[in-house]
Design a protein around this ligand. Structure first.
Ligand code: G3I
Length: 354
């Protein structure tokens, strides 16, 4: 080749190399928006895909936050908004962790599910160890809801106002709220939440009420009664803590979501995980993926099922091993943030693929 031609080729080659690298840039976890993430797929079908978040992980685990904001357009505070976290002593509110989570969501344009205003667990000892008149405990609950829902007014799209008020046999669960106040604590909580944040969708949230049975019938009757009484309730949260050994049938979940829709209620899948007896085999991980995909498809097919939230996203931080001896691996990223089969299954469901 004549020498001047060879010299001309050098800048051309350099230009070609530069153009190749601009076509395929290194992926920045926080910025990836090429249509391949759960979040971008959910955005394109106008749907919420979410995860529960531990405030400490946002700062203590460098890999956590970039993946959270890349993959999800909604988050729930796993513990930070619970009564005992926010008001550990009668004279002390502590909104720091909840504020961190809401600030993070806003910085990354994620919607917030508030969790939860009234529950029988995580009630601070200054409440459980004291003896209360009905009037005084009502006043404490009212002030709590006013303070918490009021603080995040306009920043929370949906509140789990009342959590797990129904026992497994369908009766109302024993709790300090039921014992001292009576069943009206439920309707009052919704009314106070609506006053504190009129724009937020207000949810009743429970577990083992996803399919059909005594408990989901009881939840249905509870929310139907609240609507008849003119209580401001807008949705039901189906937690969906299931396992590879037991998950409700897709048909039952679809029927349950449909009947709640006939009442005019929205449904959110609020806390999904699929635990596996450890060590998890590839076959079990594939079965887990199938459960995730099936439940997301059921939700996507229902007009009134508008959010699908996981209880965490990485097996590095999950409540399961601490609560179920010998079980774990319930989420869609493993402990090293590698995508599991379940991650691909959810992306397929969001893309409408089998
Ligand atoms: O923050 C304290 C820490 O200071 C202390 O050293 C440590 C010692 O045990 O406890 C820490 O608090 C724990 C907290 O999680 C944060 O990790 C509590 O003991 C523990 O009971 C609490 O468990 C949470 C549980 O709710 C009870 O609040 C789980 O993380 C959380 O995943 C779980 O979430 C519930 C939903 O709210 C409702 N539906 C069921 C779901 C699973 O149980």
């Amino acid at each position: 080749m004549p020498r001047p031609f060879a010299l001309l080729l050098i800048p051309a080659l350099a230009l070609w190399l530069v153009s190749c690298s601009s076509v395929d840039p290194p992926i920045d976890d926080d910025e990836q928006n090429d249509g391949s993430t759960l979040r971008s797929r959910a955005d394109s079908v106008d749907f919420y895909i979410g995860a529960a978040v531990g405030a400490a992980h946002l700062t203590n685990d460098a890999q956590y936050a970039p993946i959270l904001s890349r993959e999800f357009n909604m988050l729930t505070a796993e513990n930070a908004m619970k009564f005992a976290s926010i008001r550990p002593a009668r004279t002390a509110f502590d909104f720091s962790a909840a504020d961190d989570i809401v600030d993070f969501a806003e910085a990354h344009e994620m919607a917030v599910r508030g969790h939860t205003l009234v529950w029988h667990q995580q009630v601070p000892s200054w409440i459980t160890n004291a003896s209360w008149s009905r009037e005084d405990l009502l006043a404490v609950l009212e002030q709590h809801i006013e303070s918490v829902a009021g603080r995040y007014r306009g920043r929370v799209v949906a509140w789990d106002v009342v959590n797990e008020a129904v026992a497994d046999d369908g009766s109302l669960r024993e709790s300090i709220w039921l014992d001292v106040i009576g069943p009206e604590y439920i309707s009052q909580a919704f009314r106070w939440a609506h006053e504190a944040d009129p724009e937020a969708s207000l949810f009743y949230n429970d577990y083992s009420a996803e399919g059909l049975g005594a408990k989901s019938d009881a939840v249905y009757e509870l929310v139907e009664g609240l609507l008849e009484d003119g209580v401001p309730i807008h949705g039901v949260g189906l937690q969906m803590h299931v396992s590879t050994e037991f998950a409700p049938s897709a048909a039952d979940v679809a029927t349950n979501i449909e009947r709640l829709g006939e009442l005019g209620l929205e449904v959110h899948i609020t806390e999904m995980d699929v635990r596996i007896p450890l060590p998890a085999s590839d076959a079990e991980l594939a079965q887990q993926a199938d459960v995730y995909q099936t439940m997301l498809e059921v939700c996507l097919e229902a007009w009134n099922c508008t959010a699908f939230v996981l209880w965490g996203f990485t097996d590095r931080h999950s409540w399961i091993p601490g609560a179920f001896d010998g079980y774990g691996s319930g989420l869609i990223f493993d402990e090293n943030y590698e995508e599991k089969f379940a991650y691909d299954a959810l992306t397929r469901a969001l893309a409408g693929e089998n």
